[in-house]
Design a protein around this ligand. Structure first.
Ligand code: NAD
Length: 242
């Protein structure tokens, strides 16, 4: 079974559908979109005949993540795959960035990934199998934007965390990280047309990714086909020329 954090919308919902379509029982973790989470649960159960749980939990909250873990183990008695997908981007002008927003971004994107990985990774290590996939971003490597310095730093942190977690949970749990470029999701809904055009021109494939194109890679990394892929940082950006 699979847990995808922040999976009621965007990339997370595509990732969890990919697992459901491959007969995985699913945990849809959500933060605020209860209705969307329930609709997705109904859709996946009906379409793929799998079992789905929806669980509200803030990935950066220790008690809520522990409680989510207890519910999952109580229901399924195992955990095969965890995808750390939940994330926020509080884009603002460089001059207007506040400590509060900066710390919030680190808290959700970086601490949230650590928090979930620690709780579930320790269990996977004891059960001697499992796969963790972290969602970073090309922003964590080499695409630079003044308005998202906090987000970019958090995603660079996720890359470093991936190496440490892979080391910590070896040899039983494979930990990998993907770095998408631009993806068509609600996170990008406020970008203006001029900026989208400029960014699209930097991409060799000349378009943003569809969420399912990213979901395919995430799913692959957790399969036996990828049994020797560990501690890897994989970019998936259509070829970005910065
Ligand atoms: P999105 O805003 O649609 O999805 C993010 C999800 O995370 C939402 O469902 C949100 O409710 C959830 N979330 C936010 N804070 C949470 C918390 N504290 N606890 C639990 N859930 C929480 O955006 P998306 O584009 O689907 O983003 C998914 C992941 O992909 C993020 O980590 C994002 O940084 C990453 N990413 C996105 C792009 C892109 O272009 N869209 C590019 C690279 C990486």
């Amino acid at each position: 079974m699979v847990l995808v954090t922040g999976s009621s919308s965007g990339l997370g919902s595509s990732i969890i559908e990919k697992y459901a379509s491959n007969n995985y029982n699913c945990v849809i973790n959500y933060f605020s979109h209860k209705e969307e989470a329930n609709e997705l649960k109904e859709k996946l159960e009906k379409k793929y005949n799998v079992k789905c749980l929806t669980i509200k939990a803030d990935v950066s909250n220790d008690e809520e993540v522990k409680s989510m873990f207890d519910k999952i183990i109580n229901e399924f008695n195992r955990i095969d795959v965890v995808v750390n997908n939940a994330g926020i981007a509080l884009d603002t002008l460089f001059e207007l960035k506040t400590k509060k927003d900066f710390m919030k971004t680190l808290e959700v994107n970086l601490y949230g990934t650590f928090n979930v990985s620690r709780v579930f990774g320790e269990y996977m290590y004891k059960q001697k199998h499992g796969s963790i996939i972290n969602i970073s971003s090309t922003n964590g490597i080499d695409t630079y934007y003044e308005f998202s310095m906090d987000y970019d730093a958090s995603k660079a942190g996720v890359i470093n965390l991936t190496h440490n977690l892979a080391n910590k949970f070896a040899p039983y749990v494979r930990v990998n990280c993907i770095c998408p470029g631009w993806v068509k999701t609600p996170m990008n809904k406020d970008l203006d047309d001029k900026f989208i055009k400029e960014e699209t021109n930097k991409i060799l494939l000349n378009r943003f990714a569809e969420p399912n194109e990213i979901a395919n890679l995430v799913y692959f990394l957790s399969t036996e086909e990828a049994s020797y892929i560990n501690d890897s940082i994989i970019r998936i950006d259509g070829g970005i020329k910065c």
